[in-house]
Design a protein around this ligand. Structure first.
Ligand code: ADP
Ligand code: F6P
Length: 323
C-alpha cells in the first residue's frame, strides 16, 4: 500500500484534529503518502482532495473543529454517490480511506467498504452512541463544557431560588445528558432511553423545594420525549404548585466547540496511530475504538447502524444522590 486518504464526517468533535495529525504523521513515518479529503463524503464525491505533509498538521492539536472541514452529505447514502467516490479514489491511486466520524459516518464507511475499497473507521462523535467504542473522541470535552455550564447555572439558580432546565446535545442518545446530570448533581435527568413527563419533573422539583433545597436543576437531553419547551410551558401553567420559578438554558453547539481536553487529544492520538497500524497489517474494514481501557478494532459489519445501549443503572444512581 502506498497512498491513503483521511476525512472527517458528520458533526465535528473536539479532538478530530489530533486524530488527523496522528494518522498523517504515523502514515508518513511508515512510508505512506497521505491525502486529506475536505468536507467529508461531500469532498469524496466532488474530488476535493489535497496532499498532507507532516508540517500541514502542525500546531492544531489545541484547536477544536476539524482542519479538513466536515459536512453531512445525503448523496453519499445513494449507490450513485458512493460509486462517484470510488471512481475519484481510484483515479488518484488512493488505496484506502480512514474515516473519522460518528454513527452515520461509520455506516457510510461500511457502505464504501462493500464496494471493495479498504476503509478504517475512527470513533469520533460527542454523542457517544457508537457501538464498538466505550467512549468516542470529543465526548470528554463536550461533557466538561456541559458540566461547567451546569456549575455556573447552579450558583445563579441558588441565589434566586430558581429551577433551571438545561438542554444538552446528543441527538437521540442520552449519554451526555445523563453523565452531565450525574457530575453536576442534577435533580432530574430526562433522556430518550428513560422518558420523564413534565408532571413527574414538577413533582421532583416540588419535593426538592419542600426538603429545603435552594435550587433545582433538570438536565434534558435534546432527544428526550418531552422537550424543554414543553416542560417550561407546563411549569408556567403550574407555577404555584412547583415552588420554584423556572429558567431554561439550551447549550447547543457550544458543546462541540473549543479546546479539546487532554483525554480527547490522547484518545485521538492513540486511535489515529492504531488506524494506520491496522491498515498496515491488512486488518481492514474495522472501526478503531476504545473498550475496557484498550484501543480496539471491531469489524464495521458488527457496528454499522447499531445504537450502543446506555447503562441505565447510572441514571438510577443519580436519583439516589439527588435527595
Ligand atoms: P455522524 O457521523 O456524526 O453520526 P451523520 O449521522 O449526520 O453524522 O452522518 C454523516 C454522514 O454519513 C451523512 O451525511 C452521510 O453522508 C453518511 N451516512 C450516514 N448514514 C449513512 C448510511 N446509512 N449509508 C451511507 N452513508 C451514510
Ligand atoms: O452528532 C453530533 C450533534 O451535535 C448532535 O448532538 C446534534 O443532534 C447534531 O449533531 C446537530 O447537528 P447540526 O450541527 O447539523 O445542527
Amino acid at each position: 500500500m502506498r497512498r491513503i486518504a483521511v476525512l472527517t464526517s458528520g458533526g465535528d468533535a473536539p479532538g478530530m484534529n489530533a486524530a488527523i495529525r496522528a494518522i498523517t504523521r504515523k502514515a508518513i513515518h511508515s512510508g505512506l503518502e497521505v491525502f486529506g479529503i475536505r468536507q467529508g463524503y461531500l469532498g469524496l464525491i466532488s474530488d476535493d482532495v489535497k496532499g498532507l505533509g507532516a508540517r500541514d498538521v502542525g500546531g492544531m492539536m489545541q484547536r477544536g473543529g476539524t482542519i479538513l472541514k466536515s459536512a453531512r452529505c445525503p448523496e453519499f447514502e445513494t449507490e450513485g454517490g458512493q460509486k462517484k467516490a470510488l471512481h475519484n479514489l481510484k483515479n488518484r491511486g488512493i488505496e484506502a480511506v480512514i474515516i473519522i466520524g460518528g454513527n452515520g459516518s461509520q455506516a457510510g464507511a461500511f457502505g464504501l467498504s462493500k464496494l471493495g475499497i479498504p476503509v478504517i473507521g475512527v470513533a469520533s462523535t460527542i454523542d457517544n452512541d457508537l457501538a464498538g467504542s466505550d467512549i468516542t473522541i470529543g465526548v470528554d470535552t463536550a461533557l466538561n463544557i456541559a458540566l461547567e455550564a451546569i456549575d455556573r447555572l447552579k450558583t445563579t439558580a441558588s441565589s434566586h431560588q430558581r429551577a433551571f432546565l438545561v438542554e444538552v446535545m446528543g441527538r437521540d442518545c442520552g449519554y451526555l445528558a445523563m453523565m452531565a446530570g450525574i457530575a453536576g448533581g442534577a435533580d432530574v435527568v430526562a433522556i430518550p432511553e428513560s422518558p420523564c413527563d413534565p408532571e413527574s419533573i414538577a413533582q421532583t422539583f416540588r419535593a426538592s423545594h419542600e426538603r429545603g433545597k435552594t435550587h433545582a436543576i433538570g438536565v434534558i437531553a435534546e432527544g428526550a420525549k418531552f422537550k424543554v419547551g414543553d416542560i417550561a410551558a407546563y411549569f408556567k401553567a403550574n407555577h404555584e404548585r412547583i415552588g420554584y420559578e423556572l429558567r431554561v438554558t439550551t447549550l447547543g453547539h457550544v458543546q462541540r466547540g473549543g479546546i479539546p481536553s487532554a483525554f480527547d487529544r490522547i484518545l485521538a492520538a492513540r486511535m489515529g496511530v492504531e488506524a494506520v497500524e491496522a491498515l498496515l497489517r491488512n486488518e481492514i474494514n474495522v472501526l478503531v475504538g476504545f473498550q475496557k481501557g484498550e484501543v480496539t478494532t471491531t469489524p464495521l459489519s458488527e457496528i454499522a447502524n447499531i445504537k450502543k445501549p446506555l447503562d441505565l443503572k447510572i441514571l438510577q444512581m443519580g436519583h439516589i444522590l439527588s435527595i
